[in-house]
Structures are given as structure tokens and as C-alpha cells.
Design a protein around this ligand. Structure first.
Ligand code: CO
Length: 298
């Protein structure tokens, strides 16, 4: 039996769409652009390509490391100098791709080295991935690349294996050494996602990031809630996608079935850069599914 997903074409196509959505999103993050409009446009692009967003577009800024997605009423605009992580997911029937990059708004170039550190870390981490290789080797390579530029890896955020309809599956891929005994398995889909910071290298929970997901099947007793579960399953979603009056009411009623995500904020209020690719573990290397012409890693 092949160790690879039998619908590998679907995973590849989802990744191609996510990669293009990431590149498109990076061009939209300019001074004066509204955060909500940028998130909506990226998600519209994903849908126009025939996929669904695998999670709400994350547009975390500055000392926000992850999990900020605009609320339905978010009117805030990006300003020159913001450091924005564009973290995008697309899925086709549950075959998920997850990818991110960082842009400094308005080309101020004060954090170029921090952005470089994250990109070099994802490249060096990916170079360690192959069937049978230790997950720890990725953490070692990632941490080395980030420290080489004088920054710190964020130790509480990790890459992760991905399975059908499961964005964060069983395996985590730490961004520091000494934190995993696992090995990569041929045919696995894994997201490698280092975060570099000029802060202390830890995150804490900030305010609600406007991302939630079903932690369990709510059952059929509430038809509106059941319809929402049928649509999102256990993947993260945004209130921006729930527009009907009745659907919104159902979400309120179903609170106990839902998990909400806080924004992760760097504990020392250092600024954070992220780079992420989804890869397929092959016997001799990682195949980078979310590479693109502008991000041809490694
Ligand atoms: Co990820």
C-alpha cells in the first residue's frame, strides 16, 4: 500500500491555490488598506479558484504572532511600518494547505533582517525533512538560522502535521531543538512554520482573535447549528463567513460546542516575522507543495 494520500493531486491543487493566495495577499497589504477588505479579498480569491479557506486569513501585526483575523466590523487600516504576517489556508474536500509570509507595510525596511531570519529558517528547516529524519533536526536548523541573525525563535509555536479536515493533526514540529522525539513518516503532510522575534521568544494569550471552530459535532437537534457544522466541520472559521441572522443566532446558542482562539502576543512585545510552507514528506526530501515563483523554497 502506498504511504501517500490517494488523492495527492487534490493536496497539490489546494497548495497551489494557497500559495497564489499568499502572494496575492502580500500585494494587498499596503498603507490605508482595510484589514477586513484584505482578508475578504484573499478568501474570495481562494473560493474563485474552486477551493475553500481552510481557516480565516490571519493578518497578525507587529507583536501579534498569530491568530488575529479581522472581525466583521473591523474598520482598521494598515499603516506604513506595520509588520504583517499573511497566513493563508485553502482546502479541497478537506485536503489542506497552510502557508505564510511576512510583509513590512509601505516598504519601510526596518525589519528586513527579521523577515529574512524567518524565511531562512523555513528554508533550512525544510532541508532537514525526509522520511525517517528526526523532527528535532528541523528545530535545530530553524533556531540556528534565526539566532544567526541575532533574533529568537518563538518556542511556544510549532509547525504541525496536517490530515484531512485536521489543520493541526498529531505531530508538532517545534522551532527549537530538544522538544521532539518524533520522526517524519513517508507520505505525511507537514507545515513548517518558524516565527522569529526581537522580543523574548515566548507568546501569551491576547484578546479574542475572531477565529473559532467546532470542537465537537453539535448533533442534529438544532438544524441551523447542524448546517454550520456540516459546512465548517472542525476547521477554524470566521464570523465574517456567517452572514445570516438565523446562522448568527445558532452560533450563539451553540457556544458550548465551539472553541475560540485568542491572539498570540509576543510576551516581551517584540515584533514577529513568520514564514510557512506545507510540504510532503518523501523518502529522500521534502516536496514543498506551497512553493511559488516568488517563494521557490528551498
Ligand atoms: Co500552520
Amino acid at each position: 500500500m502506498s504511504p501517500y494520500p490517494d488523492d495527492l493531486d487534490r493536496w497539490r491543487e489546494a497548495a497551489r491555490i494557497a500559495s497564489r493566495a499568499r502572494e496575492y495577499g502580500l500585494t494587498l497589504v499596503v498603507p490605508g488598506a482595510r484589514r477586513r477588505d484584505v482578508a475578504d479579498a484573499i478568501e474570495r480569491f481562494v473560493r474563485s479558484e474552486g477551493a475553500e479557506p481552510a481557516f480565516p486569513t490571519n493578518l497578525s501585526r507587529n507583536d501579534e504572532a498569530a491568530h488575529y483575523s479581522p472581525a466583521p466590523d473591523d474598520a482598521a487600516e494598515f499603516v506604513a511600518g506595520d509588520l504583517v504576517k499573511v497566513d493563508v489556508g485553502a482546502h479541497l474536500d478537506g485536503a489542506i494547505a497552510d502557508t505564510a509570509d511576512t510583509v513590512e507595510v509601505g516598504g519601510t525596511r526596518r525589519y528586513e533582517n527579521l523577515v529574512r531570519a524567518a524565511r531562512e529558517a523555513v528554508r533550512d528547516g525544510i532541508a532537514e525533512v525526509r522520511a525517517g529524519a528526526s523532527v528535532d533536526a528541523v528545530g535545530r536548523a530553524v533556531a540556528r538560522a534565526i539566532r544567526a541573525r541575532g533574533f529568537k525563535p518563538i518556542v511556544d509555536l510549532s509547525g504541525h502535521s496536517i490530515e484531512r479536515y485536521l489543520l493541526h493533526a498529531g505531530k508538532s514540529v517545534p522551532n527549537v531543538p530538544g522538544a521532539s522525539d518524533a520522526r517524519f513518516v513517508e507520505g505525511e503532510i507537514v507545515a513548517i512554520e518558524p516565527f522569529a522575534t526581537n522580543g523574548v521568544g515566548h507568546i501569551g494569550n491576547g484578546p479574542f482573535g475572531h477565529i473559532q471552530r467546532f470542537r465537537a459535532d453539535p448533533g442534529a437537534s438544532d438544524p441551523a447549528l447542524a448546517a454550520l457544522f456540516a459546512r465548517f466541520r472542525t476547521l477554524p472559521f470566521s464570523a465574517r463567513w456567517v452572514t445570516g441572522e438565523e446562522e448568527r443566532a445558532a452560533l450563539k446558542r451553540g457556544r458550548r460546542f465551539l472553541q475560540t482562539y485568542p491572539v498570540f502576543v509576543e510576551q516581551g512585545h517584540g515584533w514577529v516575522a513568520q514564514a510557512e510552507h506545507t510540504v510532503l514528506v518523501r523518502d529522500d526530501r521534502a516536496e514543498v507543495l506551497t512553493a511559488s515563483a516568488t517563494s521557490p523554497i528551498p
